[in-house]
Design a protein around this ligand. Structure first.
Ligand code: G
Ligand code: G
Ligand code: MN
Length: 528
């Protein structure tokens, strides 16, 4: 409809909103998925680190068992103890070697027997554990050394760094894991480093053993999260994209629908923007106002006063014309009823109706309600059916017209001569008046054939006993011609233009019998 309220200011949000609505589920979904991935990574990093701690603790249990079994032998001569040292290596899994020391001097080993090497208790964290990067037997090969001591003597057991490395690599193949003892640490490269290991890029976990002075640090490399996304979420991401697209499209559709003619008419109806305008119908002879046709106007907030031919077709198409006419009848009654004294008895109020009104009997109630506003006999309600679109003679329609006649409502056939209604049609609907279309009135003074058509219509209506109203009378010539040919009622700019209720009532009150009513500035502000 060319009439929807212009919304320049809101144009941007109308185009933007569908995008926002479409993108929102994707962004939210991805945020949730990201949070889920991080939670999963944190949980699995925690679990893996704990597993490594427990595994290393189990190794150290074996080492401590061996060392503590040998502790009573510390100080004894090596040749007495040597066999026991070897027995502990054999009996305890993970134990690579055992040795005894006395006064910071390692004097007996399971591998070499009697032996001399200095031992520095300061190398051991808590005097107990040392992650060393190699010894004289296997230089450059990591070793974890456990030391059990009693005063200045004690026993030492070692586990090969390969066992640690296997644990780190097998338990957490996808993770970055390091075992830390004091300020030495070893990662999955199997090399002992000094200092603090770098924190993992994500899900960094540091878990200390409660039983031995070591800890394990775990986490994931930077690209792990991306890999997880790639392997877990393509389907979900696809679903989110589809969801976003659907949400955006639905939103766009809704916004468009909200701007549709139907929605705009509904808004106008609720805002009470449809007003009745009144165009008098005058009687032949004295040309007093014998009635008026109610013409709908739309007092549009942006467009101003809108003529019905610009919006009535949409209202008819959508069926909203019924509610609009009901509101129009109500307003007309409210405007006129307080001034009913100004109207002569039998004052005709013409209201335009369409085929939609004839689908059920609701029009009957609307008419009844209208008439109840006036003293009996004061006004005659005349429903104008346009001849351009014929109403079907269904049982409901016939019943409706029957009942309308019963309550005194009259039927006029509007725009007569422009359609193709048959005489049968006039009879079926018990039409009371014909309104000659203004195109025929405009022919007056023209060629003989046109005038002949007009005269035939007038004659026909007389023969059928129908009242006749000529529309669109603009000149004295037309007025006088019609009067001469027996046309009872006339309507047209010559007498008055359609006018708002206040002006109509004022004219009724001040010059009720005026031959020609004052033609003030046309009350209508026509659009376009
Ligand atoms: O005054 P005018 O320009 O008002 O009217 C234009 C057309 O709109 C006319 O053909 C008239 O029949 C139609 N019209 C005016 N008011 C109404 C109304 O309330 N209902 C219907 N259905 N048509 C109307
Ligand atoms: O319902 P109907 O189609 O009869 O509505 C009458 C239409 O004719 C309205 O649009 C009304 O404004 C218009 N009209 C009324 N009197 C005149 C007139 O004298 N000349 C012209 N051109 N139009 C008129
Ligand atoms: Mn009409």
């Amino acid at each position: 409809m060319p009439l929807t309220a212009k919304r320049h200011a809101s144009l941007s949000w109308r185009t933007l909103l569908p995008w926002v609505v479409g993108v929102l589920p994707v962004v939210c979904g991805m945020a949730v998925m990201n949070w889920q991935v991080e939670r999963e990574m944190q949980a699995s990093s925690q679990a893996t680190t704990r597993q490594v701690v427990e595994h290393v603790e189990r190794m150290l249990d074996n080492l401590s068992k061996a060392a503590n079994a040998l502790l009573p032998l510390a100080g004894n001569p090596c040749d007495q103890a040597q066999l026991m040292l070897r027995a502990q290596v054999t009996r305890n899994a993970f134990v690579r070697s055992t040795s005894l020391f006395r006064r910071n001097n390692l004097y007996c080993s399971s591998l070499f027997g009697a032996f001399e090497e200095p031992v520095n208790p300061g190398d051991y964290v808590d005097g107990q554990l040392w992650l060393m990067d190699g010894n004289s037997v296997t230089p450059g090969h990591p070793l974890l050394v456990y030391r059990a001591s009693d005063a200045d003597r004690g026993a030492i057991s070692t586990v090969d760094g390969d066992h640690l490395l296997t644990a780190l690599r097998l338990i957490g193949p996808d993770e970055v894991l390091q075992i830390r003892v004091g300020n030495a640490w070893m990662g999955q490269d199997g090399i002992v480093h000094k200092g603090v290991p770098p924190a993992a890029a994500s899900a960094n976990v540091l878990l200390g053993s409660t039983r031995y002075p070591f800890s394990v640090q775990g986490g994931y490399a930077a690209d792990h999260q991306r890999q997880l996304w790639r392997s877990h979420y393509p389907a979900l991401l696809g679903l989110l994209l589809i969801l976003g697209a659907v949400a955006g499209l639905v939103c766009r559709w809704q916004i468009r629908r909200a701007g549709s003619p139907r929605a705009e008419l509904q808004r106008a109806l609720e805002a009470d923007e449809f007003l009745p305008y009144f165009q008098p119908v005058v009687r032949k002879g004295d040309y007093r106002w014998a009635g008026a046709e109610v013409l709908m106007r739309w007092n549009h907030p942006q467009e101003g006063l809108v003529r019905p031919d610009l919006f009535i077709p949409y209202a008819e198409h959508s069926g909203q014309i019924v509610a609009m006419t009901r509101a129009l009848l109500m307003h007309t009654a409210q405007h006129l009823a307080p001034y009913a004294g100004l109207l002569e008895d039998g004052f005709h109020i013409g209201v335009n109706i369409t085929a939609d009104h004839c689908r059920d009997l609701s029009l009957l109630d609307d008419c009844r309600t209208f008439l109840q506003h006036f003293p009996p006999g004061r006004v005659v309600l005349t429903l104008e059916l346009t001849e351009r679109k014929l109403i079907e003679a269904t049982p409901t329609t016939l019943e409706l017209f029957e009942k309308l006649h019963e309550i005194g409502v009259m039927i006029a056939l509007d725009d007569f001569g422009t359609g193709q209604s048959s005489l049968n049609y006039l009879r079926q609907f018990k039409v009371d008046y014909l309104k000659i279309d203004q195109s025929f009135v405009a022919m007056i003074g023209g060629d003989a054939l046109s005038v002949h058509i007009l005269e035939t219509i007038i004659e026909l209506s007389a023969k059928l006993g129908l009242g006749i109203v000529a529309e669109g009378v603009e000149t004295d010539t037309q007025r006088d011609y019609l009067a001469r040919h027996g046309v009872e009622y006339q309507q047209g700019y010559l007498f008055a233009r359609p006018m708002p209720a206040a002006q109509f009532l004022e004219a009724l009150a001040t010059r009720p019998g005026a031959l020609r009513l004052p033609q003030a500035a046309p009350p209508e502000i026509m659009r376009g």
